[in-house]
Design a protein around this ligand. Structure first.
Ligand SMILES: Cc1cc2nc3c(=O)[nH]c(=O)nc-3n(C[C@H](O)[C@H](O)[C@H](O)COP(=O)(O)O)c2cc1C
Length: 243
């Protein structure tokens, strides 16, 4: 290749770049080789991260903010993501991978994958069918689902949608009678495992949530009733009948 040939082609390449929509992308997008794309349907997702962009675009800001928020500057949230980036997969060559098997056995049941659905509160914030829709998705993949105490759907309805008992995450109520009522109710659905969350005794400083909440111009009382949304636990199905 002559220097003249290289110079001519470099000019052509720069002209192409200047006309390309990729030229308007921020540097981080270049590094990650992202192509701008607004996903219209969940079926179009190429990676799990595509759902994040779609959710941010479609959800009310307060609901998005609740899901996206960590606590205290989101420091541990970011550290967790960075931590995962340090984990590499070591490919093993000349191994039969025609029938991968990711099954795990947990407390007498076999799941198809070690990836499970963590307990997260209030799925109706994200989908009108709430945890029932999550239960159907878990059933379709034979995945473990852990239902949150502050779910927006009852454990009875979720168990039916999942087609078998789910695990239950317990925020322990302060009154013993309420603990008993709640645990008996959960037990009656056949729950094999109850996970007790011990790290949320006095609320948390969800700054990102509060920032997005400020941007939300909707009248929250239409769905949540009076008071600060999310604070009236009596409106949650698992708190019915508790005193
Ligand atoms: C939006 C949101 C809601 C959550 N709600 C609950 C909950 O109700 N109960 C609970 O024990 N943990 C809750 N968690 C914590 C998750 O179950 C999980 O432990 C945490 O998100 C760490 O997992 P990850 O790194 O996959 O996000 C919640 C997390 C998020 C992001």
């Amino acid at each position: 290749m002559t220097p003249q040939f290289i110079a001519q082609n470099r000019r052509k390449f720069l002209k192409f770049l200047a006309a390309s929509p990729l030229a308007t992308l921020p540097a981080s997008a270049w590094q990650n080789q992202l192509v701008p794309f607004e996903m219209k349907d969940a079926k179009d997702a190429i990676s799990v991260a595509d759902f994040e962009e779609m959710a941010r675009r479609l959800l009310p800001p307060a609901h998005w903010g609740y899901m996206a928020s960590g606590v205290d500057d989101d420091r541990t949230y970011r550290a967790n993501i960075d931590g995962y980036k340090k984990i590499e997969l070591r490919p093993r060559r000349l191994v039969d991978v025609s029938k991968p098997d990711l099954k795990v056995d947990l407390f007498g049941k076999t799941y198809d994958s070690p990836i499970f659905i963590c307990p997260t509160g209030g799925h109706k914030m994200f989908h009108p069918e709430g945890e029932v829709a999550t239960g159907r998705a878990a059933k379709s993949k034979n995945a473990l689902q852990i239902l949150s105490t502050v779910s927006s759907t009852s454990i009875e309805d979720v168990t039916q949608a999942r087609g078998e008992p789910v695990w239950y995450q317990l925020y322990v109520p302060s009154k013993w009678e309420n603990v008993e009522t709640l645990v008996r109710r959960v037990e009656a659905t056949g729950t094999p495992v109850m996970a007790v969350t011990v790290d949320l005794l006095a609320g948390r400083n969800t700054e990102t949530f509060r920032r997005f909440r400020r941007q939300d111009t909707r009248d929250c009382t239409v769905c949540h009733g009076p008071g600060e949304p999310g604070t009236n636990l009596a409106e949650r199905p698992m708190f019915k009948g508790l005193t």
